[in-house]
Ligand binder design. Structure first.
Ligand code: TMP
Length: 211
């Protein structure tokens, strides 16, 4: 078993298929004999999963600042309790969403101040920065349609976030692309292909370059 401290985050709009790709990535990295673990945001700890439930429940009409603080609170707990200890054990950690989501969704989607978000992101992450981020890019209206239909809990309507307008999701996507351009060394863009296998090929190529 190869021990290597390496932090990978996976990003994309709802419906981009990133959760499926996370599972594939974990298997692929394991095949390469690395000690690997997969976690997610919001979530990954008992407390952060409870916060996740509040964040995604359509019955809560959260104002943007409450939403932002809850995502950051879930992150602070998750980073301290799971991510940092796993990295300290020299594991490859894959996280389904991380602070780039907050920039795209709360920054470009909700229009909250980007500098303020950067500050909170850095505090809640205890200063850790992913070694690699893979962003799955998909046309927003197509992605959100898939997300709503495949959400087993809130079928056809989607969770609180997935109920947002196409305009919101267009802004989120724009935010992701601007942020990826600004951090082009760390963030690699994968255009989602028609078949899972052809998208996975692109993922393998990126991972093979770093691991
Ligand atoms: P998921 O269902 O892809 O795990 O993500 C849950 C939702 O939370 C998704 O719509 C994106 C949103 N989200 C934010 O808006 N800001 C954040 O910081 C995070 C981590 C997720």
């Amino acid at each position: 078993m190869i021990k290597k401290k390496f932090f990978i985050t996976i990003e994309g709009c709802d419906g981009s298929g990133k959760t499926t790709h996370c599972l594939f990535l974990k298997k692929y990295i394991k095949q390469k004999c690395y000690d690997v673990m997969l976690t997610r945001e919001p979530g990954g700890t008992i407390c952060s999963e409870v916060i996740r439930k509040i964040l995604l429940d359509p019955k809560f009409n959260l104002v943007p600042l409450t939403e932002l603080f809850l995502y950051e609170a879930a992150r602070a707990q998750h980073v301290k309790e799971v991510i940092i200890p796993s990295l300290n054990l020299n594991k490859v950690v894959i996280c389904d969403r991380f602070f780039d989501t907050t920039i795209a969704y709360q920054g470009y989607g909700r229009k909250l101040d980007l500098k303020f978000i950067d500050k909170l992101n850095s505090i809640a992450s205890y200063g850790i920065i992913p070694d690699l981020t893979i962003y799955f890019d998909i046309e927003s209206s197509y992605g959100i349609d898939i997300a709503r239909k495949s959400n087993s809990k809130y079928k056809n309507f989607g969770d609180r976030m997935e109920r947002e307008s196409i305009e919101f999701y267009n802004n989120v996507r724009k935010g992701y692309l601007i942020n990826a351009k600004k951090n082009s060394k760390r963030i690699k863009i994968v255009k989602v292909k028609k078949t899972i296998v052809s998208t996975q090929k692109l993922v393998k190529k990126i991972v093979d370059m770093v691991l």
